[in-house]
Write a protein that binds this ligand. Structure first.
Ligand code: DGJ
Length: 747
């Protein structure tokens, strides 16, 4: 049993394979935090972990008369309040009918449940077998305001994962106003950490940022309505001396796709308080009598094997316990997408020609991107109508799909359901369906488009029926669900004034409801989420759509950084990655076809170019790439992934995947800037079996080496055959070069 309870002392110990998380009920009835870190044995008394100063504390405030030590300011807590002696970042802030902002949640009861209850209306991790997780529900209650707080802790004991969320219920007669309600707060005894997060912008998403914690509040957030490419809803606290592969790391990943906040406060005693949840900025939720509010889930991972250990846990957990449906664990088809090949300018014949030659190259799925619906010749028009453009596709959509199917390819389609163009029939009929604050006569556009008000049931019904119609009338196997702008002037014409502060969150709930309906109705369809590339690459979307387009940037060099950062949390199978043409459309950079392939193959792999523009030699190369990929795709997409060299720390990068039985592995090394007269380098591989003998194949050169040699002595780079092979490609000359080593155990 992963949950131990010292009943009389009211202490709770959540124990996983590697970690212990211990908390208690304090004497004022609130929950106090005692420990989170490497696993310790359970004992019948953890009271010694609770510390108060021996001396009265100067300039503090106290809960008990005559006691100048019991101040919440110095006590580590589970779900801290503001206004009752703690001045740090609180977990919640509630306004009561009488103007009070004081809520005293006092422990009432607990229960332990096998399995994990679903979070109403929200995506969350799940299990097929309820023995895989145990949940502790703690109920706290404020007698005066009659508000109940339920804290849910689910323990994945075999994974060193604890998920947390909170649920507030108004048990009184008057409405309350929630201004802040986070998913979790964790108090650490010190602040000797680096905070690692994923930041960026359009076409440079999820770059790794690392900062040593400093006094004060440091946080990342999104106010954009999407989780955003500026900051991913994730951060890790890494011990200063921890590395990629060694040392203590704590990950916090929020299963949410909207405005979030995630940060750490280091206080005047140099202790750290980590917090994460819905962004309190521009959030105001009225909770009427008997209503409940459920926060999103945060997935907390403890790793003693550095950042990579944390990432592997997230990869396993998200691939098995977040992604759902028939595509879970299933290798993804090799696709060709026409966007960078044609943009809006295409005709049915061109699409068929692309499909035809793609099929010859080995592609399995043809994806028709933006521009297929009436009037959509640029990005100023037609979003919302979703009727095929007969000028471009004279035979109609279902006929086109049929023809592509006849060529032996599956068919996929791009849609951007959450959007509406001013120039559309939908806008003419329903201008009130636009997301818009009540006092706005004009609203800002993004890519010439507005956002549909997904808080409205009628809008969601329209979208459900329109998309269902599309999927029912043509044999569509894949949907790329795009979302190309951030929210501005947020408001809804259906909600009363006092509820306008709920719109951003209600939008996300509406989106989740729509996705739940659609994915239940069309479980066989592979959905790929996209938001101007990676503007909404988060665990919330992954629950509905097993893969996400990582970035509109398809440049191999940029992609190594983007994909490297993305792997901090997200599994390879979820990272949409394509080989595109050169010069690259986002950077103008020219990289070898081989390098582009070596990068994109570590993902949900495909091509985004016009095969007609490839030379005969390139076509042969692509054919070989695809057949290699098909041979190894389970290993590439579902193997254990190791980051070996960071592109953020130099001009080389490397990573590898290893099969579960350790008998196969693929290593990729990328060199962005040529080094004249380079020194020999050794790439220390990971995750191999030390005493297995591996055949190491780089291009057509092989060597036999033991696992322990490869891990401890290293694989010599540039490739060990340097100087013996004549071609420019294989000796790795020039910029943006790469090599791939395929390892197979031979005994
Ligand atoms: C943005 C996406 O990220 C691109 O891949 C492409 O689908 C365009 N939208 C189409 O408008």
């Amino acid at each position: 049993m992963p949950i131990f309870i010292n009943e009389s002392l009211r202490q709770f110990h959540l124990q996983t394979k590697e970690s212990s998380y211990i908390f208690c009920v304090l004497k004022n009835g609130q929950l106090g935090h005692l420990y989170y870190g490497k696993k310790v044995n359970h004992r019948e008394n953890f009271s010694h972990l609770f510390q108060l100063p021996n001396e009265p504390i100067g300039n503090a405030t106290f809960l008990y008369k005559g006691d100048q030590t019991f101040s919440l300011e110095v006590i580590k807590q589970e779900y801290p309040a503001y206004g009752t002696t703690d001045f740090r970042e609180p977990a919640f802030h509630i306004w009561h009918e009488n103007g009070s902002r004081i809520t005293r949640f006092v422990f009432q009861s607990y229960k332990v449940i096998k399995g994990k209850p679903r979070l109403e209306g929200l995506p969350a991790t799940y299990v097929d077998n309820e023995n895989d997780v145990t949940t502790l529900m703690i109920t706290l209650y404020d007698e005066i305001s009659r508000v109940e707080l339920q804290l849910q802790y689910s323990v994945f004991e075999h994974e060193s994962v604890i998920t947390r969320s909170a649920r507030l219920t108004n048990d009184g007669h008057h409405p309350i106003v929630i201004e802040r309600i986070l998913s979790a707060v964790v108090d650490y005894p010190d602040a000797q950490f680096e905070m690692i997060h994923l930041d960026g912008a359009w076409i440079r998403e999820r770059h790794i940022t690392s900062r040593v914690l400093k006094k004060g509040v440091q946080f990342i957030d999104s106010k954009r309505g999407t989780s955003s490419s500026q900051h991913n809803p994730f951060f890790a606290l890494k011990r200063i001396d921890a590395t990629e592969h060694i040392g203590d790391v704590y990950g916090f990943s929020l299963v949410y796709s909207g405005n979030f906040i995630a940060g750490v406060e280091v206080d005047h005693y140099d202790v750290a308080r980590a917090f994460i949840g819905i962004n309190p900025f521009d959030f105001r939720w009225i909770l009427h009598s008997k209503e409940s509010f459920q926060t999103p889930e945060v997935v907390m991972v403890y790793s003693s094997a550095g950042l990579n250990g944390m990432s592997q846990t997230y990869h396993r957990l998200y691939a098995s316990h977040l992604v759902r449906g028939p595509w879970r664990h299933r290798p993804r088809p090799v696709l060709i997408n026409n966007w960078e090949a044609t943009y809006f300018q295409f005709h049915e014949e061109k699409l068929l020609a692309i499909a035809e030659s793609a099929k010859e190259l080995g592609v399995e799925l043809f994806v028709l991107d933006d521009g297929w619906f009436e009037g959509r010749n640029d990005d100023t028009t037609s979003l919302g109508d979703w009727v095929v453009d007969r000028n471009k596709i004279p035979s109609g959509l279902s006929e086109l799909v049929k023809r592509i199917n006849e060529k032996g390819l599956q068919f996929g389609i791009w849609i951007e359901p959450e959007m509406i163009s001013e120039k559309s029939r939908l806008y003419e009929r329903h201008p009130d369906w636009v997301l818009k604050a009540p006092n706005c006569s004009t609203i800002s556009h993004g890519r010439n488009q507005y956002i549909l008000d997904l808080t409205r049931q009628d809008v969601r019904d329209y979208l459900y029926h329109t998309i269902s119609h599309l999927l029912e009338h043509a044999n569509i196997a894949y949907v790329k669900w795009d979302m190309n702008r951030n929210m501005t002037e947020i408001g809804s014409s259906l909600l009363e004034a006092s509820k306008q502060g709920e719109v951003a969150h209600r939008y996300i709930l509406g989106l989740y409801e729509l996705l739940e309906r659609l994915t239940n109705t069309f479980p066989h369809v592979l959905f790929e989420s996209c938001a101007s590339g990676g503007n909404r690459f988060d665990p919330g979307m992954l629950y509905y759509m097993p893969q996400s387009w990582a970035s509109d940037n398809t440049d191999a060099f940029e992609r190594v950084k983007i994909q490297y950062g993305t792997t901090l949390v997200y599994p390879i199978s979820s990272i949409g990655a394509h080989v595109s043409a050169v010069p690259n459309h986002q950077t103008g950079r020219v990289t070898p076809l081989k390098t582009r392939w070596h990068v994109a193959m570590f993902g949900a792999f495909g091509y985004e170019l016009d095969p007609a523009a490839l030379s005969e030699q390139e076509k042969q190369q692509v054919k070989k790439q695809i057949s290699f990929f098909k041979k190894y795709r389970t290993l590439l997409q579902y193997g254990t992934f190791y980051r070996l060299m960071s592109p953020f720390e130099g001009t080389d990068a490397a990573w590898m995947v290893v099969s579960e039985d350790k008998r196969e592995a693929i290593v990729a090394f990328y060199r962005f800037v040529a080094k004249p007269n380079p020194s020999f380098m050794r790439l220390h591989l990971k995750g191999l079996h030390p005493s297995l003998k591996y055949e190491v194949m780089i291009d057509d050169q092989t060597k036999v080496l033991y696992g322990d040699e490869l891990m401890h002595i290293g694989l010599f780079l540039p490739p060990f055959y340097m100087g013996t092979v004549k071609t420019k490609e294989t000796v790795m000359m020039g910029d943006y070069v790469s090599c791939l080593a395929v390892l197979k155990a031979i005994e």
